[in-house]
Design a protein around this ligand. Structure first.
Ligand code: SF4
Length: 412
């Protein structure tokens, strides 16, 4: 897995340090948190790497099986990893088919982009080169938020590093780079293609920003990017932004009526002093409040998470303590409990529910192809529950009318 965790300006944190140049040196002094998710991601990457080598290089089935079985022994292994890594390989095959002739394919490539970012290095999950195109693909196992490859600085830094690494072999033949991010667990596959010239111009542009971030003379700039920062709960700059509640007053002016305000007439009136009284917030004001409050809610959750951990570690957080949350009752021994119920005269049939297997379980049982052929016609995918999202969100806007036809579309 990527050794880039040791790089101060890592490619994976570039979207943060390019905006908040103080972040790298600030985070450097805070303890690194290794989560089970990160360990799980590392294992999934190892499986992807092994399958890439099997598919694109010479590897005996025996070696492959031995190595895969070893990985499967990891307690974090799940069958889902087998599926997501298969989807990743399918996507790599599609990528390879875009070339006129078989490309050179390499997995887990160490790249150095120190020419643009001080001490910058990292690992590309996959690099393909053929004709005039260099393709890099990054597998992401997380299923928190989809990450787009479009304009993605992590991918661009990897691409700069890969170009440098392969320049001695391919010289000036490479004219464009294709960068893809695969997140099979979120069904998210995105690609961005730019020319080598554009990529290098971008690299030159970020050089002074990277220098600033490396020097320790950067500026704290809070924003969306804070959510993955190691200091997200303790950062004063972020706290200052969120505690400036005065900002909220600006979006709820006392009297003026925005031209597009949708306040029902009966609620708005002129008060006894000739001032306009608007007891209802307009939809425009609610939209504005939601945007301003979003970061506040995220920050509060980070504070809660920090305080919970601190209390668990025995550190006092004034005014707070930990209590046991709600729990549900379970049998200590379900089989014994059922036997006792039968002994008490209850019919066994009443104690069990006969349940069909889930769709995914049946697909696993039958295999994808047979499942699609024999019972695929009975599968429908209803439109998900409407969820509030910012208008800038990349997903298509929810269309209530489309919900009626969602099943039809899924069967096509
Ligand atoms: S929490 Fe935000 S503002 Fe503070 S250092 Fe991290 S990225 Fe910068």
């Amino acid at each position: 897995m990527p050794p880039e965790k040791h790089a101060l300006l890592s490619a994976s944190s570039a979207s943060r340090w390019l905006k908040c140049t103080a972040a790298p040196r600030f985070e450097e002094h805070l303890p690194e948190r290794t989560s089970e998710y990160a360990e799980e991601g590392r294992l999934a990457h190892s499986i992807c790497e092994l399958k890439t080598l099997k598919k694109f290089t010479v590897m005996t089935s025996r070696t492959y099986t031995t190595r895969l079985n070893k990985l499967k022994k990891n307690p974090l292994y799940s069958e889902e990893m087998d599926k997501t890594s298969d989807l990743y390989i399918e996507h790599l095959i599609e990528q390879a088919m875009l070339y006129d002739s078989t490309p050179t394919v390499v997995a887990e490539v160490q790249v150095d982009f120190g020419e643009y970012v001080p001490e910058g290095f990292g690992t590309c999950d996959n690099v393909m080169i053929g004709g005039d195109t260099l393709s890099i693909t990054d597998y992401k196992h997380g299923k928190g938020v989809p990450v787009s490859a479009v304009g993605n600085p992590q991918m661009r830094l990897y691409a700069l590093g890969a170009l440098k690494r392969y320049a001695p072999v391919f010289g000036d033949a490479i004219k464009k780079v294709r960068m893809s991010i695969d997140q099979p667990r979120l069904d998210s596959y995105t690609t961005d293609t730019i020319t080598v010239e554009e990529l290098m111009a971008w690299g030159e542009n970020i050089k002074p920003i990277a220098q600033k971030a490396f020097s320790g003379l950067g500026e704290f700039v809070p924003g969306d990017h804070c959510r993955f920062c190691r200091g997200k709960a303790q950062c004063r700059a972020r706290a200052n932004t969120n505690t400036a509640l005065e900002d909220f007053k600006d979006c709820v002016p006392a009297a003026s009526v925005p031209p597009d305000a949708m306040v029902p007439q009966e609620f708005s009136h002129i008060g006894p002093h000739g001032n306009e009284v608007r007891p209802l917030l307009s939809d425009a004001e609610i939209g504005d409040l939601l945007i301003r409050g979003k970061e506040l809610v995220a920050w509060y959750k980070d504070l809660e998470e920090y305080a919970t951990k601190a209390l668990l570690d025995g550190k006092p957080i004034e005014g707070w303590k930990l209590v046991a949350g709600r729990s549900i009752r379970t049998f200590t021994d379900q089989d014994a409990a059922i036997q006792a119920a039968i002994a008490a005269g209850y019919d066994e049939a009443l104690l069990y529910d006969r349940k069909p297997k889930t769709l995914s379980e049946m697909e696993k049982l039958m295999g994808k192809a047979e499942f699609a052929e024999k019972i695929g016609g009975y599968v429908t995918k209803p439109l998900g529950k409407p969820t509030l999202a910012l208008s800038t969100d990349k997903r298509e806007a929810y269309n209530p009318a489309a919900a009626d036809f969602a099943g039809v579309a899924a069967n096509e």
